[in-house]
Design a protein around this ligand. Structure first.
Ligand code: ADP
Ligand code: MG
Length: 330
């Protein structure tokens, strides 16, 4: 039996803004097992980044955990991250769970050299031994296949997007976290650089036995890196299963639509499918299935109650009352 390292229970996250409350994460139940790669996929605005930043408790000031638990199991103990105070969080972030934020371009302070950013991160987490940090930084930069001496003395603008992403990945490993969350790690990069980053993430996983959560709107990335996939729509998980289940036996019409929308080499541009309509307003949500307005399998019952996840196969869960009819996928 795989051991769980993280257990998210009935998590609700909201943002307050002038229009009202944005219900960005709604009732998420999700486990992460030791050593696994879990992909969170879904269109832009589905709540992926919110879920990631809630786990590490770095939500923007308008965001807050409304309800639920985030249980971290480490060092023989269990902790509820959602109850941590600032002091607890300093002990915890980057040492137990680290996150590589979206956009290698914007995560850096442009006026600080790479070394200063690395040292600042270490100091913020209570490690101020310069030579220790320097040595570890050099070895990690080498590990991510950068020239350490050159990179450590560079300003961010002197590095390419791919190099910056490598630096961020190296920094995230500084304090040897058990869980690494990567938000759209390849999105801003060209296709060849994407490939190299994917290879690097594979190597890290096999060398370090980390558990990873990576967030992507790109299904092909999930196909390459994930053991399990959670599909998010309007703040909720609508399908959860092994990577094989999700790609070969999808049972939610939304998952099916995402798969159909992946460009293939053989199909020309004209055949490229996109799911009609757009995601709902997360401030004024109607009852029922949130995907129903865009769903070709919709029935009147779909608009009554929001379906919950049911097990449709071993460790394969789907929130759709018509999942039996979506048996064959394509
Ligand atoms: P994803 O990462 O899947 O694209 P996000 O988690 O970024 O989705 O966003 C989920 C929802 O929360 C969206 O409707 C988005 O507009 C909203 N949101 C994200 N950040 C904020 C914020 N700082 N203030 C208000 N709403 C936000
Ligand atoms: Mg995002």
């Amino acid at each position: 039996m795989a051991r769980e390292i993280l257990n998210i229970e009935n998590l609700f996250v909201e943002y307050s803004n002038i229009r009202g409350k944005v219900k960005a994460v709604r009732g998420v139940n999700l486990k992460l097992y030791k050593g696994e790669n879990l992909a969170l996929i879904g269109e832009s605005g589905s709540g992926k980044t919110t879920l990631g930043t809630a786990i590490i408790r770095l939500l923007p000031s308008s965001g807050y955990i409304k309800d639920g638990k985030i249980i971290y199991k480490g060092n023989g103990n269990e902790y509820d991250i959602s109850k941590f105070n600032e002091k607890d969080l300093r002990q915890f972030r980057w040492k137990e769970i680290a996150m590589v934020f979206q956009s290698a371009l914007n995560s850096f302070n442009p006026v600080l050299k790479v070394w200063d950013q690395i040292y600042d991160t270490a100091k913020a987490h209570g490690i101020s031994n310069r030579s220790f940090v320097r040595e570890r930084a050099i070895s990690l930069l080498r590990y991510v296949q950068l020239d350490p001496e050159r990179v450590i003395n560079s300003y961010p603008h002197e590095l390419s997007g791919g190099m910056r992403q490598r630096v961020l990945i190296a920094m995230s490993l500084l304090l040897e976290p058990k869980i690494l969350i990567l938000d759209e790690p390849t999105t801003a990069l060209d296709i060849l650089t994407q490939r190299n980053i994917i290879e690097l993430l594979r190597t890290i996983k096999s060398d370090m036995g980390l558990s990873m959560i990576f967030i992507s709107h790109d299904l092909s990335l999930a196909a390459e890196l994930a053991d399990r996939v959670a599909v998010m729509y309007a703040g909720a998980i609508v399908e959860l299963g092994s990577v094989e289940d999700i790609f070969y036996r999808p049972r939610h019409p939304y998952t099916l639509g995402l798969i159909k929308a992946v460009p293939t080499v053989t199909a020309g541009f004209r055949e490229l499918y996109s799911i009609p309509g757009s995601p709902p307003d997360l401030i004024n949500l109607s009852p029922g299935c949130k995907f129903a307005p865009r769903c070709e399998y919709r029935r009147s019952e779909c608009e009554k109650d929001e379906p919950t996840l049911v097990e449709v196969g071993p460790d394969h869960f789907v929130a759709c009352i018509r999942h039996k009819e979506i048996n064959n996928g394509r």
